[in-house]
Design a protein around this ligand. Structure first.
Ligand code: TYD
Length: 137
């Protein structure tokens, strides 16, 4: 397992038998939260990307439940890229980081657990604005 300073891996146990697969994540991250919202991203065409924003308060956990995709996160200086792969570990993303999701495989489905209800006011959608916000944090 790679070590990450921003993203925290969330272990997934993959149980497979003749009846199919069962994947389980016991959430033991330090900065745990009550999940208030769940969303799924799917049907992303090749060469399309998602994300390109930061959240001021929102904490999230990302999994690929089908296929794979890449997530890059940064605070403007350090950055990390991970591959989310179905049946493998997910990642906890703390609040306050810029993130991009790209290189979705065909039929990839990304599942996200979120600590807050949807709020457009929590988004920062301009990278320049994000860098200014981060500097003033
Ligand atoms: P956005 O978070 O920008 O998508 P992504 O990061 O996957 O590219 O959301 C796209 C649109 O969907 C935007 O108009 C906000 C809306 N939206 C909701 O209404 N509720 C939600 O829970 C989410 C995640 C997005």
């Amino acid at each position: 397992m790679n070590s990450h300073s921003i993203l925290k891996p969330v272990h997934v146990s993959h149980l497979r038998d003749q009846r199919g697969a069962l994947d389980v994540a016991e959430l033991e991250i330090e900065d745990k939260f009550e999940t208030k919202r769940i969303y799924f991203i799917s049907g992303v065409p090749e060469n399309q990307s998602r994300g390109a924003h930061a959240h001021k308060k929102l904490k999230q956990i990302f999994f690929a439940v089908v296929g794979s995709l890449e997530m890059t996160v940064t605070d403007g200086s350090a950055s990390e890229t991970v591959k989310l792969i179905a049946h493998q570990e997910g990642f906890f993303l703390p609040a306050g980081y810029w993130r991009d999701l790209k290189n979705f495989s065909e039929n990839a489905v990304c599942l996200v657990l979120a600590s807050e209800h949807f709020s457009e006011a929590d988004y920062i959608r301009s990278y320049d604005e994000y860098l200014r916000w981060r500097t003033n944090e």
